[in-house]
Write a protein that binds this ligand. Sequence first.
Ligand code: KIV
Ligand code: NA
Length: 269
Amino acid sequence: SRRLRAVDLARCKAEGRKIISLTAYHAHTASILDAYCDFILVGDSLGMVMHGMESTLPVTVEMMIVQAQAVMRGTNRALVVVDLPFGSYEASKEQAFLTASRVLKETGAGAIKMEGGAKFAETVAFLVERGVPVMGHIGLTPQSVNTMGGFRVQGHSAESEKALTADAVAISRAGAFAIVMEGIVEPVARTICRSPEVTALTIGIGATVECDGQILVLEDMLGLSDRAPKFVKSYGSLRAHIEEAVKGYADEVREGRFPAIEHTYPPRG
Ligand code: KIV
Ligand code: NA
C-alpha cells in the first residue's frame, strides 16, 4: 500500500470520515501511529517537548529534518507533514520555497506546514504552484508568542473573529490543502469550519469538534509532558508508567536482583 498524499486527505472528508492525526518526532512512536493516523505532523513543538525549550523559536531547519527523517523511517502509510520553523520562511516566498523544497528533498515527507494567515497567502500560492503541498496554521500560532504576548486563545473579539475568518479564507484560496486551527474560541472555530469559503480541510487543536479532523501533540495526550494546555485530553499516563519502571529498575539494581541469571550469557558448550 502506497503512502497517503496531501490530495488523498480530501477523500476522508468526501467519504464522511474524520481526519486523524498526531505529532511524532521519533521512528518508534511514529511506527505505532502509522496505522491509525491519516497524517503525522513532525511539529516544531519538538523544541519544547523533546528539548525543554521555552518556546518553538530556537528550533532549526536541521532539527526538523533529522526528526522528519526518523519519522519517515518508522512509517510507510501515513502522510508525513513537516513544520517550517521560525525564521525559515517568513522573509520572502523565495525563502519559503528554498526551505520547503530542502525539507521535502532531504526527508521524503509529503507536505510542509507554516504558521500564519492572510499575510502568507501569497507564499502559500507560490509554494503550491511549485509542487509543495502546504498546510496552514492559524489562531494561536506559537511562533508569534512574543507578539501575541504569550500563548493566547484567539477569537474573543469581533475584530479577532473577522481576522481569523479572513485568514482561513485567504489560505484556502491560496491553495493550502488543510489548515490547523489552534486555540480558537469554539463558536468562532465552528463558524469558520462551516464557512463555504473555507475549502481547505480544517484540523482542530483547541478549536471545535466540527473540524474535518483533529490533531494533538503525542506526548501531551500520552500524559508524558509535564504540563499540557486545557485542550489536551489525556489518553494515557506514560509519565507515571515510566517512573514506575525506572523505580523498579533502580530498586532491583540497588538490591542486586538485576541482572538475574537469565539476563546473562552462559559459557559455550
Ligand atoms: O508543532 C506542533 O506540534 C504543531 C501542532 C500543535 C499543530 O504545530
Ligand atoms: Na508547530
